[in-house]
Ligand binder design. Structure first.
Ligand SMILES: [Zn+2]
Ligand SMILES: [Zn+2]
Ligand SMILES: [Zn+2]
Ligand SMILES: [Zn+2]
Length: 917
């Protein structure tokens, strides 16, 4: 039907009929209407307006229209805040200007005021309050780093989302952000009507799938028809880089196509005529359905995924993969925009691609000077794009063996730290109080305080973790390629490998996704199917192939799985099977590693022996591990496994349940503790795993080590008040009598930089100059027991995964000279008499810091040749820490590391200098 033409008078009459009165009665005002702002932006405006209101109470009647008030207002803001940079304050002032303008009845702040305040911030305020001028370094997610992230997500990650479909969504979002330059939230609200799938004809004349998602780009909200669209297509290898894989998987999994309900039917569509596209229509009911849906435990919820959740997951993935800086969506966007510029697209095209409406913004924010290879231009040589990429990639530093949790000793120290204990006690007493409270306001208040305290605890932990990461990354300049770099705290990085056999889909994808295959090749289709299954998967319980239910029933006693208590499904089948096999054969043992039942004693003995002979089949982590309510790995005992005096079946004993395993392991530790009560204090405790080769001079040291690297997680870390001797430690199991002092040191550096033995001779000995120290009457021999952790002295030691590690150990000889040999915890130990005369000051406030129990102030010339790197602090600033050995006979001293800022790279860490005097 066409539109009926109306006369102007008719139109007015129609409006009146619809209820629009004459002007006088209409209530229209002269208030200007401002552009609608987004939620986050509004929040920022509100925050500054809130601050103004509070300020106005102290300065009644003041208005920011004059410079005097505005200056005072902003100075109050700056002085009242901490850690501000000039650029943050700039932003705050802009927010205030915008917020003020939006206040009913107020007019715009004159531009002479608003402009002056910017200069006021950058000038006098910057100087007066020493505002930082640093801008966060721009991060470019180059191809190399993107690959690392993908490998981590699909091959190593220990993160378990509520539903694995989240992985498919995130994969699609990650790819679309790097292929289309989308900002964080621009695809998240996409509905099915915002994207189109089609079949195209490629150069070779083959049919190829394509998708055109439309971005809800910033600045185009008002102009939906001009929103940037991007063509993504199927011809892309390897499979993990194929954008159609996740996009298509999501659409198929939701059964969204109107005329096609299977992969085959779509892949069978022949290539259309050259230049034309066969569009695949969605079902009408899908028009308003969000494409990326938030996942609950039961699958897609129908709600769009939240930008904050996706952002958080993305940043966390980067951290887990070994990056300290946050890798955000913008890092990929920045890189692709640079690459597009490099490919020489004309300006309008690349503006449209990046979704910019202002060319200056684009140039300013995304141009990278690292695009230009001046060297090659000068010599008329071809530009080396790879090198330029690597330079940009330097904005991201990858630490493949970054620790993800604190070493046991550090955690143990933390729980004794007074602030920690205090917060813990307060949380506990608040919990008690909450039980008795009924008034809503009081409950709210107490809960808020509890949350705040918990946050502080976590914050303190993460601060400690970053401190440890710094230490760990001290000399990580070698073998970055070596993926087998061992992790100090092994349980998380090892998780995926321990459970993958119970998660067949992810197990398969970990390798198949990285194949160089077309999407419609048999391998590609298999991956696509696995992706779809992952998206639809509804698995709460995993089963071992040896004990799967049959038609929803126990394969042995036919009891329905739904009649079995949730969480005991696998357990039931396992017990049922064991019982019947035992009745039939008199013996039944399941090898959890091979997932095979062995039904005779002799065969079991041979089976165990086979494992024991092949050291590669023995676990590195020994704790029992459950995944989706099924035992993924049985607990074993490293003390028994490596004890060749025992029977094979005793050595290879498996513990399906945690409690017996804990008791068994604890018995070993207790035995060790009792064994050192005797007169022989110099006893050392070998790591039971013979592949490891470390030994410790206390059982506690061994416990920490086993906790960190063998998954023997028996130490509990609840904050404890005092560390008094003899007092029984409540929670943790039998710590033994020798557990008072910190006697192991977690510093992982080598002291290769300090090669000369003279460096370890105090100056007064070298130069004959006497200082506060008394001359030694006779050299004190250093007993082996003097060192904290004893190491085998061979020049190279095989790491626990067979990798050669460089280890250097300095052992002080009687004359105070040093020899050098192997150890990762390098140290010089001197007897207490050798340290006599130095001022050692016990730092009461610092009693439980992670590195040591004491802090020592030693003059720097205790190690005269120690060279400080460029930019390091002055000598007097050097701090040392003194650690006393368990038997109180010797000490070692370590220099605290320093952070220095180099102008080129922002904050960098200077290679560590740790010296043990
Ligand atoms: Zn049964
Ligand atoms: Zn086996
Ligand atoms: Zn044992
Ligand atoms: Zn070990």
């Amino acid at each position: 039907m066409g539109q009926i033409k109306k006369s102007s008078a008719d139109r007015i009459a129609a409006a009146r009929a619809k209820g629009v009165p004459i002007l006088e009665e209409s209530g229209a005002t002269d208030e200007p209407i401002l552009r609608k702002v987004e939620k986050g932006t509004k929040k920022n405006y509100d925050m500054m307006m809130d601050f103004w209101d509070a300020y106005e109470i102290t300065e009644p009647g003041s208005k920011p229209y004059n410079l005097k008030t505005s200056k005072h207002f902003m100075e109050t803001y700056i002085a009242g805040s901490e850690g501000l940079s000039v650029w943050t304050v700039y932003q705050k002032w802009s927010d205030f200007l915008a917020g003020w303008q939006r206040r009913p009845g107020e007019r715009q702040i004159p531009s002479v005021v608003s402009r002056s305040i910017y200069n006021f911030i950058l000038g006098p305020m910057q100087v007066k309050y020493n505002l930082s001028m640093e801008r966060r370094e721009k991060v470019y997610l180059t191809v190399a780093h993107f690959n690392i992230l993908m490998e981590h997500r699909w091959q190593k990650d220990w993160y378990q989302p509520k539903h694995l479909g989240t992985l498919v969504n995130d994969h699609a979002l990650d790819l679309s952000s790097i292929y289309t330059s989308a900002r964080l939230s621009e695809f998240l609200e996409m509905r099915y009507e915002d994207l189109e799938f089609g079949i195209l004809r490629n150069k070779k004349g083959q049919a190829t799938l394509g998708v055109i998602p439309t971005r809800n780009a910033k600045g185009f909200v008002k102009n939906p028809s001009r929103r940037p669209k991007h063509g993504l297509y199927e011809d892309m290898e390897p499979l993990f880089a194929n954008p159609l894989l996740p996009f298509f998987a999501i659409a198929i999994a939701n059964n969204a196509f109107r005329h096609y309900d299977s992969l085959e039917s779509i892949f069978d569509i022949p290539a259309p005529r050259r230049g034309t596209v066969k569009i695949l229509k969605f079902k009408k009911s899908f028009k308003n359905v969000p494409f990326f849906q938030r996942m609950s435990r039961d699958g897609p919820t129908g709600e769009p995924e939240k930008a904050t959740s996706y952002h958080r997951r993305k940043v966390a993935l980067g951290h887990r993969a070994g990056y300290i800086v946050n890798i955000t969506t913008h890092a990929g966007r920045r890189e692709v925009i640079v690459k597009v510029a490099e490919d020489g697209y004309e300006e309008t095209a690349s503006m449209k691609f990046s979704g910019h409406s202002d060319p200056d913004v684009r140039r300013e924010a995304y141009a990278s000077s690292l695009l230009v290879d001046g060297q090659s231009s000068y010599w008329n040589k071809e530009r080396d794009g790879d090198i330029m990429d690597s330079f940009r990639g330097m904005s991201l530093q990858w630490h493949p063996s970054m620790i993800h949790s604190l070493p046991a000793k550090v955690q143990d120290d933390l729980r004794h730290r007074p602030d920690f204990v205090e917060r813990h006690e307060e949380i506990k007493s608040l919990g008690e109080r909450l039980k008795g409270l009924t008034a809503e306001a009081e409950v709210k208040e107490a809960k808020k305080r509890q949350q705040e305290l918990r946050w502080k605890q976590r914050q303190a932990m993460s601060e400690e973790l970053s401190k440890w990461r710094d230490i760990q990354q001290g000399d990580r300049d070698t073998d970055l390629e070596d993926t087998d770099l061992e992790d100090n705290v092994a349980s998380r990085p090892a998780f995926f490998n321990r459970i993958r056999h119970l998660n067949p889909l992810r197990d398969k994808l970990a390798s198949s996704l990285f194949k160089n295959e077309r999407l419609r090749s048999p391998a590609g289709i298999e991956v696509l199917r696995d992706m779809i299954a992952l998206y639809k998967e509804d698995v709460q319980v995993a089963y071992r192939p040896s004990s799967c239910p049959k038609n929803g029933c126990c394969p042995v006693c036919s009891k329905g799985m739904d009649q079995i208590k949730c969480g005991e499904e696998w357990d039931h089948i396992f017990r049922c099977r064991a019982k019947t096999l035992k009745q039939k054969y008199g013996f039944a043992e399941l090898c959890f590693q091979c997932d095979a039942w062995v039904t005779s004693k002799a065969k079991w003995r041979t089976h165990c022996q086979t494992h024991l002979d092949d050291i590669a089949t023995l676990p590195f982590l020994f704790n029992p591990l459950r995944f989706r309510k099924t035992l993924a790995a049985a607990g074993q005992c490293p003390f028994c496994i490596f004890n060749s005096a025992l029977d094979p079946e005793t050595r290879f004993k498996q513990f399906p349940y945690a409690q017996p395993w804990k008791e068994h392991i604890n018995k070993h530790f207790t035995c060790l503790e009792q064994s050192c009560r005797g007169p022989d204090e110099s006893k050392t405790f070998q790591c039971p795993d013979t592949r490891c080769g470390l030994s410790f001079d206390s059982v506690r040291g061994l416990r920490y080590h086993c906790h960190d690297s063998q998954g023997i997680d028996l130490i509990k870390f609840t904050p404890l008040k005092s560390r008094t001797r003899g007092k029984k430690r409540a929670i943790e199991a039998n710590r033994g009598p020798k557990s008072e002092e910190s006697d192991i040191c977690f510093v992982n550096e080598t002291v290769e930089t300090l090669s000369s033995r003279d460096r370890f001779i105090p100056k007064d000995e070298v130069g004959g100059k006497s200082r506060r120290r008394r001359p030694r009457k006779h050299p004190t021999p250093i007993s082996k027991a003097g060192s904290g952790v004893k190491m085998p002295l061979s020049p190279t030691v095989h790491g626990k995964r067979g990798r050669k590690k460089k280890r250097i150990l300095y052992t002080a000889s009687p004359a105070g000279s040093s020899s050098r040999s192997a150890s990762s915890q390098s140290r010089i130990t001197l007897s207490s008499t050798e340290l006599e005369g130095y001022e050692f000051r016990q730092d009461c406030n610092d009693e439980t810091t992670s590195l040591s129990s004491c802090s020592a102030s030693i003059h720097h010339d205790a190690s005269p040749d120690l060279k400080l790197g460029d930019g390091a602090g002055s000598e007097s600033e050097s701090e040392y820490e003194l650690v006393e050995s368990a038997n109180h006979e010797s000490y070692w001293v370590s220099r605290k590391r320093k952070r220095v800022t180099t102008p080129a790279q922002g904050v960098a860490t200077r290679p560590e200098l740790v010296i043990y005097v």
